[in-house]
Design a protein. Structure first.
Length: 451
């Protein structure tokens, strides 16, 4: 077997694989002998079917299978041995030559390959890029503090009078019926009632107070709400419950936020790390700034990509070949649709090649520790989004292990970890012109650029 290459230009080439009888004969004979052992043909014992019959029945398919294997081995072996950076997969050369596996014993196949253009660009101190630092406002700090005090707060029982948001529990009795419905420990949330008149009956109530109200009117006949209040079965008919009910208050509970004390400080940031309210605010401010750094980095990354693409200039790609690849991977799309999508494909491909070159040139690699640390950071960021700025190590570690077990998640983490290393590298090489910006301005800027 031989593989030859003919360069059409700097980004297009033809690889021709030539396969002779000596390349496949032994393999085909071995395959046919195996088929003979297994063949079940009436009139012959297993293993005694005449070889001529086996050849006639399976010879063509066995030959085609071995030739296809040799083609694949020859093509990809040549590409690997010669370190060819190809785009997409090799495509058969379109011609009218027919292959006859019954008559021919020498086979020749030609394939188009698209060669990736060499793009070698980099960033240096002459490249000035605006780096947007998102401001952490007092309002953001206050909101985060409230999240902490709310999350670690608790419900306390009060005698009354009740205020909006209190949970009122009591015993319920249906009026006007001898065998009317009676329920104990029913919870009423007046704020969900549709009727203002019924809702007012639950304002400023106290323990042991009795209230007469009408559930049907209170919830404007809404079956789901009435069914929930009266503890009825899912399929129960609520239309018969139109009478007034007597509600006797047995308990009023009110949510109270946690106080800003050492217990809260320790829960948020670890024992003894913070000891005063001012230190607590400062630590929250630091954490919020750290959590917003990835957004600033991403904006920088988008901008530095533009710089690198401009430096790359007009890159030559194997256009006709790539459009064939796009067509083969986009069943049902017209040539016009392929032409319309092509510029975006080239833009994406240009960046991929630039990135690939930068990663290789700067030896940006990942080891097992890099992956674990990045996965831990991803986990901590996700917990932080829910206000857990100091999630326990054990919880973070368990969440990290689960993430790394999923192959799709693992691949995503590998890509993001390499990208983070690349961002750090480019930040160190370029001249950053730092600019403070509000969160609203930052998001408006990002939204405008995405259009």
């Amino acid at each position: 077997m031989s593989v030859s290459r003919k360069d059409m230009d700097s980004v297009n080439a033809i690889l021709t694989v030539k396969i002779g009888k000596e390349d496949y004969q032994d393999k085909v004979e071995k395959e046919l002998k195996e088929l003979r052992k297994k063949a079940k043909i009436p009139g012959f014992r297993p293993g005694n079917v005449p070889m001529g019959m086996i050849q006639k029945m399976y010879g063509k398919s066995a030959l085609a299978e071995q030739v296809n294997k040799l083609i694949s081995d020859g093509l990809y072996g040549y590409i690997k041995e010669n370190n060819l950076n190809i785009l997409g997969e090799p495509l058969p050369v379109m011609n009218d030559k027919q292959i006859d596996f019954e008559k021919d014993d020498v086979f020749e196949f030609s394939f188009e390959i698209g060669l990736a253009p060499e793009i070698d660009v980099d960033v240096n101190a002459k490249d000035k890029v605006t780096y947007y630092e998102i401001e952490v406002t007092d309002e953001m700090v206050a909101k985060q503090m409230k999240d902490y005090t709310s999350r670690t707060g608790k419900n306390v029982v009060v005698d009354g009078p009740s205020i909006e948001g209190d949970m009122i529990r009591g015993d319920l009795s249906e009026l006007g019926k001898e065998d009317g419905l009676k329920l104990e420990s029913v919870i009423v949330m007046a704020s969900y009632m549709s009727s203002d008149d019924e809702k007012k009956k639950f304002e400023s109530v106290s323990k042991d107070q009795e209230i007469t109200f009408n559930p049907s009117k209170a919830y404007d006949g809404k079956e789901q709400e009435i069914r929930y209040l009266l503890h009825l079965e899912k399929d129960a008919d609520v239309s018969s419950y139109t009478n007034d009910f007597l509600f006797k208050v047995t308990e009023i509970s009110r949510f109270e936020e946690a106080p800003l004390n050492q217990e809260l400080f320790d829960q948020a940031f670890g024992a003894g790390v913070v000891t005063t309210e001012e230190e607590f605010k400062g630590k929250i401010r630091e954490a919020l700034a750290l959590n917003m750094t990835p957004e600033s980095d991403y904006k920088f990354f988008i901008d530095i990509i533009k710089v690198l693409k401009e430096k790359a200039g007009d890159v030559q790609f194997p256009e006709a070949f790539l459009k064939r690849v796009l067509a083969s991977n986009s069943e049902g799309k017209t040539a016009e649709q392929i032409d319309e999508e092509y510029p975006k494909t080239i833009e994406s491909l240009t960046w991929h090649l630039i990135k690939e070159k930068l990663v290789k040139k700067n030896n940006l690699t990942l080891d097992e520790n890099d992956l674990k640390e990045f996965a831990r950071k991803v986990a901590r960021n996700q917990f932080a989004q829910y206000g857990m700025l100091n999630a326990p190590d054990e919880i973070v570690d368990n969440y990290t292990k689960d993430m790394l077990k999923d192959q799709k998640t693992l691949n995503n983490i590998v890509d993001r970890a390499i990208e983070e290393k690349l961002i750090d590298l480019l930040k160190s090489k370029a001249t950053l012109v730092k600019k403070s910006i509000s969160m609203e301005e930052f998001h408006a800027l990002a939204a405008a650029e995405s259009k």
